[in-house]
Design a protein around this ligand. Structure first.
Ligand SMILES: Cc1cc2nc3c(=O)[nH]c(=O)nc-3n(C[C@H](O)[C@H](O)[C@H](O)COP(=O)(O)OP(=O)(O)OC[C@H]3O[C@@H](n4cnc5c(N)ncnc54)[C@H](O)[C@@H]3O)c2cc1C
Ligand code: SF4
Length: 544
């Protein structure tokens, strides 16, 4: 069966803040300049927002630029940031530290980024953008000259054995004069573009954290709408980069999460368990006691910053948002920057498509980016995250000097190391004893995954692929006691053995995956490749 073909001026992959801002800006320019361009957005989640997981405190700078009357248009930015608290935790105590200037949230809003994306999706559709939720872009299409000409969605109805089932439907080809990749952190197609067009050659490695988040409805007596709390210190040790966020939304809801830098060294560390025991701290537990956990999920976050930004354009398209990086790590914010990259890319694409003749490239986009506030904002904080490679105390000391003495203008740039190369062998590592979950404020993985409402068609080839099936046992188990059992926040990877305890093998429970991409990042030999499952599969986050 051949694939259906659809043609657009611009095809956008991913309906996150970056992709939707690209689409909206393109259509705004069309309206302003009296020109018609066809624009579509593909989204692998069952609906816009279903796969969005963020903190989130939103800095509205880009939204102000994109849709200045967002308030009148009903944008879900209703909880203004009121008070920032920055705490250093020891096992038993919490010490309040001065809030670093980057963490001052005056003028920002506590939001559900999923709901913001749902609203942006409506704005885009009202301008004439076609959005296709449930469509996962599985393959990049190239023309005869090697230029990207669009993407294709995967076939539906391919069985576990790789053969078509009775429900087989071939994928769809979406061709665009430009294709914009807005897949968010560790985009699976973007990764292939990095290789094909050598977009990362000569650029430092992108680094990441894993963010695990829960949404709670808490006792009204414990709720302080607009309060923003960040913690560092316990439960992770001094050499591990990690910290929590606690954002008091409205309706007695609190978003709580924990981020662990994926350059952690101890293979026994479990980001999930660190998060669970964080909530048992005497200063934190009372917030959640008597409350109800509503949702759970996880997502990687870029931490490479300025020095990890790849080349963003290639023949036929460009990369925007977190697929390219752009998180301001000391601020823990990447939404405003992701949106701005999308807007600048849209402006470049609009200009390039201004005539009906053959289109050139999108070089105007990186040029405009380098002149924009995004560039300056990220350049100023570029040394803060890499300074934490020397541990928490050295990192804090360096961050203070970089901020207060150099004002972000130190005449050097610190380097990053690739996250997959950081693990120490078990022989050189201390095992970590995690407490059993109490079922009140701390929980196990499976009951947590249940709250992500993740769902995948069972009869399909696993979307988590191993380049070499022998590596999990021969290398990962032998050297690191199979760290994928611990870093996966959804219990996807399990070492199973015969009844006698012999014959260990890796079992992949792919249906549990919440699409955080951590395995694709942290696997020591990069043997695990995350690919898109059938469209619509994955978490169904209500308002994360
Ligand atoms: C735990 C955590 C806390 C954070 N807190 C904050 C915060 O408080 N403030 C802030 O500003 N930022 C925060 N961030 C960062 C922020 O969420 C990101 O910078 C932002 O979401 C990036 O937007 P994006 O559009 O580039 O990517 P995303 O938001 O990741 O959106 C990408 C979209 O593309 C879709 N997609 C991916 N691949 C495909 C494909 N092949 N086919 C079809 N669809 C695809 C995805 O399903 C998703 O919907 C946080 C991130 C995390 C993980
Ligand atoms: S399998 Fe990989 S992408 Fe899926 S939840 Fe686990 S670590 Fe995340």
């Amino acid at each position: 069966m051949s694939r259906e073909r659809m043609d657009y001026d611009v095809v956008i992959v991913g309906a996150g803040p970056a992709g939707l801002s690209t689409a909206i800006r393109l259509k705004q320019l069309c309206a302003e300049k009296g020109r018609e361009l066809s624009v579509c957005v593909l989204e692998k989640g069952s609906e816009v927002g279903a796969h969005i997981l963020s903190g989130a405190v939103l800095e509205p700078r880009s939204l102000d630029e994109l849709i200045p009357d967002w308030k009148e248009k009903g944008a879900p930015l209703t909880v203004a940031a009121k008070e920032d608290r920055f705490l250093f935790l020891t096992r038993k105590r919490a010490f309040r530290l001065p809030t670093p200037p980057q963490m001052n949230n005056h003028g920002n809003f506590i939001v559900s980024l999923g709901n913001v994306c749902r609203w942006l999706g409506q704005q885009a559709e009202a301008l004439g953008v076609e959005i296709f939720p449930g469509f996962a872009a599985a393959e990049v299409l190239y023309d005869d000259a090697g230029r990207v000409s669009g993407v294709a969605t995967g076939d539906m109805g391919i069985g576990k054995d790789g053969n078509p089932t009775a429900n087989h439907q071939p994928g769809v080809e979406l061709h665009g004069r430009f294709t914009v990749f807005a897949e968010g952190v560790r985009g699976s197609l973007t990764k292939t573009l990095f290789e094909r067009f050598k977009l990362r050659d000569g650029i430092g490695p992108q680094t990441f954290g894993i963010g695990i988040k829960e949404l709670w409805e808490v006792d009204p007596a414990r709720h302080e709408q607009g309060t923003i709390i960040h913690t560092i210190g316990w439960p992770v040790d001094w050499e591990t980069y990690g910290g929590s966020f606690l954002y008091h939304l409205d309706a007695n809801q609190v978003a709580v999460g924990y981020v662990v830098g994926l350059d952690y060294k101890n293979p026994f560390l479990s980001p999930f368990e660190e998060f669970q025991r964080f909530k048992t701290h005497p200063a934190i537990r009372p917030i959640f006691e008597g409350g109800r956990r509503i949702a759970y999920g996880a997502r990687a976050i870029n931490e490479g910053g300025f020095q990890a930004i790849p080349r963003l354009v290639f023949p036929g398209g460009a990369i925007v948002g977190c697929s390219g990086g752009f998180v301001n790590v000391p601020k823990i914010k990447g939404t405003h920057t992701a949106m701005k990259t999308g807007m600048l890319c849209a402006e470049a694409a609009f200009e390039a498509l201004a005539t009906d003749g053959p289109v050139g490239g999108l070089d105007r986009y990186p040029a405009a980016l380098e002149r924009s506030w995004v560039w300056e904002e990220l350049r100023r904080v570029r040394n803060i995250r890499p300074a934490f490679q020397k541990g928490l105390y050295a990192g804090l000391a360096y961050a203070a000097i970089d901020t207060y003495v150099f004002g972000g203008k130190a005449p050097w740039t610190l380097k990053h190391h690739a996250d997959n190369e950081s693990l120490r062998p078990i022989a050189a590592s201390e095992p970590i004893e995690y407490p059993k979950p109490d079922g009140k404020v701390s929980f196990d993985r499976l009951s947590s995954v249940f709250l992500s409402s993740t769902n995948h068609e069972e009869n399909q080839p696993a979307h988590l692929r191993l380049k070499d099936a022998s590596v999990p046992v021969a290398h990962n188990l032998a050297l690191y006691d199979a760290p994928e059992q611990r870093y996966c926040p959804a219990g996807v990877y399990e070492i199973v053995r015969d009844e006698s305890g012999a014959n260990p093998r890796l079992q992949i429970n792919a249906q549990n995956c919440v699409h955080c991409k951590t395995c694709d990042i942290k696997d020591p030999t990069q043997n695990i490749v995350w690919t898109v499952p059938e469209g619509g599969g994955g978490p169904n986050y209500p308002n994360m």
